[in-house]
Write a protein of this length. Sequence first.
Length: 475
Amino acid sequence: MHKNLQKHITNKLFTIISDVAEKHQVQAFIIGGFVRDALLNRPCKDIDVVVLGNGIEIAKSLAKQLGIEGQVTIFKNFGTAMLKYEDMEIEFVGARKESYRKDSRKPIVENGTLADDQNRRDFTINALAINLQREFFGDLLDPFKGIEDLNKKVLRTPLDPTITYSDDPLRMMRAIRFASQLGFEIEKKSLQAISENKNRISIVSMERITDELNKIILSPLPSVGFKLLFETGLLEIIFPQMQKLYGVEIINGKGHKDNFFHTLKVLDNISVNTSNLWLRWAAILHDIAKPPTKRFEEIQGWTFHGHEDKGAKMVPGIFNQFKLPLNEKMKYVQKLVLLHLRPIALVKETITDSAIRRLLFEAGEDIDDLLILCEADITSKNPIKVQKYLDNFKLVRQKLAEVEEKDKIRNWQPPITGEEIMKIFDLKPGREVGIIKNNIREAILEGSIHNNYQEAFDYMIEEGKKMGLKPILSC
Ligand code: CTP
């Protein structure tokens, strides 16, 4: 059926591209993600244009027409050129035919027809093209029934899936990412081809794998992607620590929960409340050290003592493995993993203000995110239990809010600085300064003195004296 998509390409840019191509007597087509997303009503600012000719030449000519000459980025090795216009990024490439060697994702490229170019694409829904030739402006070219697949929500490869995935194994991650991101199903034989080709993922750089993994994590229901990674065997290769969460061991009739599916539930839960990638990573990693800390004890049954501590220690290694940034984002994830059991422990009736102050101090400005993580961590098959825990958790939030209101501990710095301690006791930087500073902080957190300058100052003098120090200034 003839379909015209002019209503999706009303921006004047597309008419200008059409005119430029006409002038050079070449045919141009929009292809790939832009067409897919237009049909799904998803905003897309990346536009890929294929020309039956020299893509770089057309890009340069377009830039001239738009008055942005000299702003074309040319990737000579790939034969592509990119320019930015308004908030769009437009990439031009000549239609190509590709063939692959076994050991590399880098294809051998020859000039080809539009059909060759569509053949080399990963999925039928990504092989859709819109004609920009003047007399066919807006016409859809859909050689593989991509529209049908879009409607059926199916991911299918244009060629035999084994060829498509083996040619470029990153596409296995892309298939799972699109399934998770768009809520599509991967065609059965395609899924099977992923399982069979899983080991070929080893020729893909970690950065590209992580890009796709992060998109899975940011999808509306990330468990969809992780379950597919698990079922195809890719998870075991790219993320063995997470794979180890899977399974239930039973001793003396006692089992523990399956920490893989629990983690996925926590991840889905948290995704309803946040699109912060790093908070979602914290959900993935919160129980990551349960397998290495698992013990069976006669009376207690299964325990995972210290898993929060060990888990926090595992974070840098995992970030390194995925080439994720080893910066404050990593420290944030570490902090949340380390503290993830703390808020729920505050449910107890007997809890003191000092325990609450300590948590506020340690979590600092990340306290709200920690609470979101803890709430997401409440999972049970029994909805009555979940509701009871969530109600208890409301009390924790309330207690935290009360203490915060009273003591303003969040983002708090003890009122006496190390410099002041050194000045008052005429000390050089060293152990004694650290001890006094620490004792002041502890006294405030414990509630033995109030959080104000005068009480802290007096306490400092007392502490100094106990250590045999003489203040050189008194007030
Ligand atoms: N493509 C492919 N195989 C890949 C990567 C990309 O066949 N490994 C093709 C697809 O036709 C894809 C197009 O190149 O639609 C553009 O790729 P890219 O911009 O990476 O992805 P999009 O499909 O546009 O999706 P997104 O923007 O969500 O990443």
